[in-house]
Design a protein around this ligand. Structure first.
Ligand SMILES: *Cc1c(COP(=O)(O)O)cnc(C)c1O
Length: 405
């Protein structure tokens, strides 16, 4: 157990003990319903929620009342897209997004298209994973109601030019939503400076609890209006009914507070660790390729293709190390990552990629151990690979005539 290494912090993060400490009283002592206005149990819970709202707002430079609590970023993404489409349908039905978005955006877009509720433009990305701002500008029509472009990508860590996108959206009078689930708490995110009107984030991606997240909804300049998706008790200004998850909210608030206090130091440390890992892997092994922009990316993200090595086989050989491969098990087949495909990485190479997600609790010793294990495992697998042998003999695999007997 203790020999395991967790380096998959884009999938989820361990909860910080300090977050748990802040949450515990809200399960057993301060268990009131924050909506109970007529007794101290309710007031206590409400005070916890109010403090959390302030802490979250401070981290992203919003006002507390602009935060809507949800069950996580998937729900926030769903609300942002579906509620805008419903509320602004008189104005238009066109959404602009990108091909490398999280499924919580892409699948909602597909379903809106299927139901005939929206028309969607999917912007391509360049080899490094960035959208083209001129293409974005050109895609906007008088029917465009929403631009939804993620802040940092969950596979390749690439950070989009959010300030510029926000500026374009403002200029054209189009609302701008950003799925900032991977970025909030890791790098500075400022909804004012970035011109963001709606923004999704999640507790469990930033050392907080699972099952709690939020949606930032701009209150003025412009005031964003949403048709509620979940109706009932009228909580969260009617935009998201349901008794608030008070312990979760308190945890998310504490996680945001810690992130704000420690971000500068933590991001510098993670960048150092990531570069240490990247150098160790790429210097010691040939035929390795970095996926995604070399600098415009999250400090804790490293995504590398190890040519001639199946990512899944590599993962098997690294059983006690938690990382992710660039293949997704969709139904029974192994599909190469659509994000890597969007960057123009071929299927073959996409299948050889590994995502290393460094986080708050990773140490330099762990980085060195992971590097050592990956180098030895890649070397071992390549030694067993006929393709690798052919390539080393100078045979051009692309033009090689496989049909020859
Ligand atoms: C994890 C993630 C989500 C989904 O978040 P949940 O809180 O697990 O629903 C959405 N978008 C991005 C970019 C993510 O990384």
């Amino acid at each position: 157990m203790s020999n395991r290494i967790y380096m998959d912090n884009h999938a989820t993060t361990p909860m910080d003990q300090r977050v748990l400490d802040a949450m515990l009283p809200y399960f057993t002592e301060k268990y009131g319903n924050s909506g109970s206005r007529n007794h101290a149990f309710g007031w206590e819970a409400e005070a916890g929620v109010d403090q959390a709202r302030e802490r979250i707002a401070k981290l992203i430079n919003a006002k507390p009342k602009e935060i809507i609590f949800t069950s996580g970023a998937t729900e926030s993404d769903n609300i942002a897209l579906k509620s805008v489409v419903e509320f602004y349908r008189e104005k238009g039905n066109h959404i602009i997004t990108a091909t490398t978005e999280h499924k919580a955006i892409l699948d909602v877009c597909k379903s809106l298209e299927r139901k005939g509720l929206a028309e969607v433009t999917y912007l391509p990305v360049d080899k490094q994973g960035l959208i083209d701002l001129d293409q974005l500008r050109a895609a906007i029509t008088d029917k465009t109601i929403l631009i939804s472009i993620m802040h940092a990508n969950n596979e390749i860590g690439v950070i989009q030019p959010i300030h510029e996108i926000g500026k374009i959206a403002k200029e054209k009078g189009v609302l701008f939503h950003s799925d900032a689930t991977q970025g909030v708490g890791k790098v500075p995110v400022d909804v004012e400076a970035m011109g963001i009107d709606l923004m999704s984030f999640s507790g469990h991606k930033m050392y907080g609890p699972k099952g709690i997240g939020g949606l930032y909804v701009r209150a003025r300049n412009p005031r964003v209006r949403l048709s509620p998706m979940i109706e009932g008790g009228g909580q969260e200004r009617g935009m998201r009914s349901g008794t608030l998850n008070v312990p979760g909210i308190v945890g998310l608030g504490r996680a945001c507070e810690l992130a704000g206090e420690e971000m500068q130091e933590e991001s510098a440390r993670l960048l150092r660790l990531r570069e240490r890992l990247r150098k160790a892997l790429m210097d010691d092994l040939g035929d390795t390729y970095l996926n995604g922009h070399p600098t415009e990316r999250l400090p804790g993200n490293l995504n590398i293709s190890f040519e001639f090595v199946e990512g899944e086989s590599l993962l098997m050989g690294l059983k006690d190390i938690a990382v992710s491969s660039g293949s997704a098990c969709t139904s029974a087949t192994l599909e190469p990552s659509y994000v890597l495909k969007a960057l123009g990485v071929g299927d073959e190479l996409a299948h050889t990629s590994i995502r290393f997600g460094l986080g708050r609790f990773n140490t330099e010793e762990e980085v060195d151990r992971v590097a050592e294990r990956v180098v030895s495992e890649v070397t071992r697998l390549r030694e067993m690979s006929p393709l690798y042998e052919m390539a080393k003999e100078g045979i051009d695999l692309k033009s090689y005539n496989w049909a020859r007997d």
